[in-house]
Design a protein around this ligand. Sequence first.
Ligand SMILES: NC(=O)c1ccc[n+]([C@@H]2O[C@H](COP(=O)([O-])OP(=O)(O)OC[C@H]3O[C@@H](n4cnc5c(N)ncnc54)[C@H](O)[C@@H]3O)[C@@H](O)[C@H]2O)c1
Length: 303
Amino acid sequence: MSASTHPQESLRDHHALVTGAGSGIGLATARELASRGARITIHDIDRGSAERSAKQLEELFGVDTCAVVGDVCKEREVSHAFARSAKVLGPITILVNNAGIMPPKVDVAHRIPVADFDRMLAVHLRGAFLASREVITNMRRRHFGRIVNVSSVLGLVGLPFRVAYQVAKTGILGLTRTLALENARYGITVNAIAPGYIFTEALRARADKGLISYDLYADRTPVGRWGTPEEVARVVRFLAAPESSFITGAIYAVDGGYTVRGDPGEDIGKREEGYSARAGAKRGARGRGHATAPPTQMRIRKR
Ligand SMILES: NC(=O)c1ccc[n+]([C@@H]2O[C@H](COP(=O)([O-])OP(=O)(O)OC[C@H]3O[C@@H](n4cnc5c(N)ncnc54)[C@H](O)[C@@H]3O)[C@@H](O)[C@H]2O)c1
């Protein structure tokens, strides 16, 4: 636990299991929870990154950790991993359903291979369902539990060409609401976060190779930049805290304003300066035609 931690924010008595915690948002979340003194299980499909991350947290924060490996959509592997985690570190009191994959193909729904669709739903939705099933009985028995599901802004708004991801992330919100209601009388809260564009190592590598444009997504985000994994992790930690006992079934957008921006075609000013009403009016008068431009061709001008 860091020296500056307020005693009320301590997670010393807790054991948090984070799925997909070998990298990215999951690892940042595990780090954030470990910084508050929680025992941490790193669950990931990739053995190397799971073991490396667990070791890193142990060294950084002096907390007990456990690395478990498995595919979050395979029932047996999940059961086995969770049983091992509880045996090593005690009952799981905090579960973060974070494991996820990017769409292998970005295309219109009718051209997406069925296998891609099934896999996307399995990793995100079936995975969160299976993991939650593993912990709820015991959480009910102890009359305490925190489950945080990682959805996406794409669970809240539409964006073409990512049908399976969108359906999976929307489904996670449904799962969150149902589990919240079913378990509200048992001291268990179930909430979801909906991150916007978050600059993880994996996405940095893609940007470095020119596969994605940092600027394009920064411009689509009202605060004018991508978020960091740590900014997401802090919201998860807030929802996972024992003090957040009256928040359940909620969805927290962690998106720099992405989902409240009604019209992504409207120029809202230079990123560095924020909204400029005059510039917006001038551009509007010139008529940018954004209402008819198909989303893929919509380009926000370089400034
Ligand atoms: N990065 C973003 O911009 C962003 C935005 C919104 C939502 N999200 C969501 O946040 C979560 C984390 O994403 P990230 O960007 O950190 O990705 P990431 O690729 O950096 O990390 C995902 C981790 O999940 C693991 N994983 C993948 N499939 C798994 C499986 N079947 N079983 C167990 N582990 C598995 C990977 O090995 C990896 O360590 C995902 O659910 C993602 O959809 C990310």
